[in-house]
Design a protein. Structure first.
Lengths: 124, 124
């Protein structure tokens, strides 16, 4: 299944930036794009994941799966984020065994949200 | 649209509990159920929203809408949580104007996640 990795590009991660200086969120997004998304992972930038006190942050989601938000990230974490996203995409149900998750996913979870019920009205 | 309010019932909110003592999460869930879900809000308990450092926590979600996670809550917040959930359910697109959100939703956001794309394969 193709999953979505949302990357907050507006995050300042508590830093004061100079004129025209890229935000830490934009730098994280650039590092992820540069590293290259693995098969089954669609990288999408987003303006604010409302986790500003715990930025930089990313979110993993896909239809019918638990969604996950991770924080306290920076551009050096791009490879681990992509490895974790690839494992999420490859897991049949999106639930990656705990020990196979990158350390940042084990220790820097901000939240997870159960699969969103496909209500009858949503199928209209 | 019917939306889902997930309430983490396993959250200890940093407290040490005695034998048989209800968790703060279970007490929050009970307070929400006792207050009564407003029209269009389905209250669902969940074991862990992975926001343990910021508990108690709840999540609001619905098909095609942004999902929201809020934290640092307790049972006294039940009425405000339900008012916020009702506003989310009533908003045509799930986006409640900032000033109409309860203060706990404005100040205690843990994260939000963009609507999950309905990929073609998900419609199979």
């Amino acid at each position: 299944m193709t999953v979505t990795l949302h990357v907050c590009i507006t995050c300042r991660a508590g830093q004061t930036l100079g004129d025209g200086e890229a935000t830490p969120g934009a730098r994280l997004h650039a590092a992820i794009v540069k590293a290259g998304a693995p098969t089954g992972v669609d990288v999408v930038s987003v303006e604010c994941l409302s986790a500003c006190n715990q930025g930089c942050s990313v979110a993993l989601s896909a239809p019918g799966r638990w969604s996950y938000v991770y924080g306290r990230l920076s551009e050096v974490d791009a490879p681990a984020i992509l490895a974790g996203a690839a494992a999420y995409a490859a897991a049949a149900d999106g639930i990656v065994p705990w020990r196979r998750r990158p350390e940042i996913f084990r220790k820097q979870s901000l939240a997870r949200i159960p699969p969103i019920a496909a209500l009858p009205e949503a199928a209209e």
